[in-house]
Design a protein around this ligand. Structure first.
Ligand SMILES: *Cc1c(COP(=O)(O)O)cnc(C)c1O
Length: 426
């Protein structure tokens, strides 16, 4: 037997899954049950006291979700993972585990719009304060560090698409400040970027996008990189203080390299409750089996479409790091050698009206607010997600009146190009 570790495609299909011990079923079954029978009173007591691993209640863990957790942890090269109801729930449980009221975290300005809202508004109510920095100017991260800083948050490929973030450089700033770097790896997926290899400490995903990949389920996941020393730091009470409800156990000590994932589960998920449905976990697992194939085709298609649009008479600019000459092309060569993702923006010479006309006239592209589907998707942020902002605010957010965002799917590129050409000509 070889001792070589399995390759990425093998992990995508097999990690975490064995034939079902009860039935021999080869595909991972959907364990559609809310709770699990205890062997006896002692078994129940050891499960509740975290002295034994096992199933209690699907809010806290479920065997179908557990396969998904092991699979994504393996794909990212992390120690453990926790699957939850949505990408936003994953972000929320990470911060709930790290922050106390009055604490701060630093976040890159270019983020998924929903995360910007979550950080600016919802988190204020918890007393968690976001300080914004600019991933194109790393000194803004250094300047934002304060004694209350508890974490740094960035996206690997950042919204609204076409921005590659220098994870290793930001990880060095986090290390110096003694705080974990959290990377939202949704747009890249571990097929393109594995943030732990660049020094990140925690990875989160919206499983809704490329990992699920078929636009059919909402889900999220937290992956523990296992390298942050919570005990030595002593600044994260959820991990370094005794937990009275678990017999004064210190989670960061007892569970070591997967203490963070455990704390998110046995404190955050237990008490806040955003559990993933086993049915959604099953659909997302099926999606992940073809992640390497899909992701490569997404990138290859996006490059062909971006190249075509960059020579189109109605298009002012194309922001895709896969194109030579793009501002992020060198970072893309370093971080995403297999391809620069499938989401990017274009600017139309005809401004706002041209954006509205394009989304109206496209037939194969679906006009909606999502990314990472097998289907190609389009949105004109100025008339939809960013409608309420002033023109100046839209421009700062990368959503000026002329901007259209494309998420390139797995169709034939000739058909995508025909559709774009007819809609731009209309
Ligand atoms: C969609 C998305 C989220 C939020 O995920 P949901 O599953 O919609 O809650 C977070 N980050 C990024 C980069 C996303 O694209």
């Amino acid at each position: 037997m070889t001792t070589r570790p399995p390759g990425f495609s093998t992990i995508a299909i097999h990690a975490g899954a064995t034939p079902d011990p009860a039935t021999g079923a080869r595909a991972t079954p959907i364990y559609q049950t809310s709770s699990f029978v205890f062997d006896d009173v002692d078994h129940a007591a050891s499960l509740f006291g975290l002295q034994a691993f096992g199933n209690i209640y699907t809010r806290i863990g479920n065997p179908t979700c557990a396969v998904l957790e092991e699979r994504v942890a393996a794909l990212e090269g992390g120690t453990a993972a926790l699957a939850v109801a949505s990408g936003h729930a994953a972000e929320h449980l990470v911060f709930h585990t790290l922050l106390e009221p009055g604490d701060e975290f630093i976040a890159a300005k270019k983020l998924y719009g929903g995360s910007i809202n979550q950080f600016n508004h919802a988190y204020k109510k918890f007393g968690w304060n976001v300080v914004w920095a600019d991933s194109d100017d790393l000194s803004t991260f250094e300047k934002a560090i304060s004694p209350r800083t508890k974490a740094i948050f960035v996206e690997s490929i950042a919204n609204p698409g076409g921005v590659i973030v220098d994870i290793a450089a930001i990880a060095r700033i986090a290390d110096k400040a003694g705080v974990p770097l959290i990377v939202d790896n949704t747009m890249a997926s571990p097929y393109l970027i594995r943030p732990f290899e660049h020094g990140a400490h925690i990875v989160v995903h919206s499983l809704t996008k490329f990992l699920g990949g078929h636009g059919n389920s909402i889900g999220g996941i937290i992956v523990d990189g296992g390298k942050f020393d919570w005990i030595k730091s002593g600044r994260y009470p959820s991990l370094s203080q005794p937990r009275p409800e678990y017999g004064n156990m210190i989670l960061g000590e007892t569970f070591g390299a997967f203490g963070f994932a455990i704390a998110c589960r046995v404190l955050g998920l237990r008490d806040l409750g955003p559990a993933l449905s086993p049915f959604n976990a099953f659909l997302i697992l099926n999606g992940i089996e073809t992640l390497p194939l899909r992701m490569q085709r997404h990138c290859d298609n996006a490059l062909v479409v971006a190249q075509h649009l960059s020579t189109h008479g109605q298009v002012d600019w194309v922001s895709y790091p896969g194109l030579p000459g793009d501002r992020y092309h060198n970072l893309a060569k370093a971080y995403t050698p297999k391809g620069a993702g499938s989401v990017f923006t274009i600017g139309l010479k005809g401004g706002y009206d041209a954006g509205v006309k394009l989304v109206t006239n496209l037939k194969l592209f679906s006009h909606l607010a999502n990314i990472g589907d097998t289907r190609s998707l389009v949105i004109h942020p100025a008339s939809t997600t960013h409608r309420q902002l002033t023109d100046e605010q839209k421009r700062i957010a990368g959503a000026g009146p002329e901007v259209v965002r494309l998420s390139i799917g797995l169709e034939d590129t000739a058909d995508l190009i025909d559709d774009l050409d007819q809609a731009l000509a209309a």
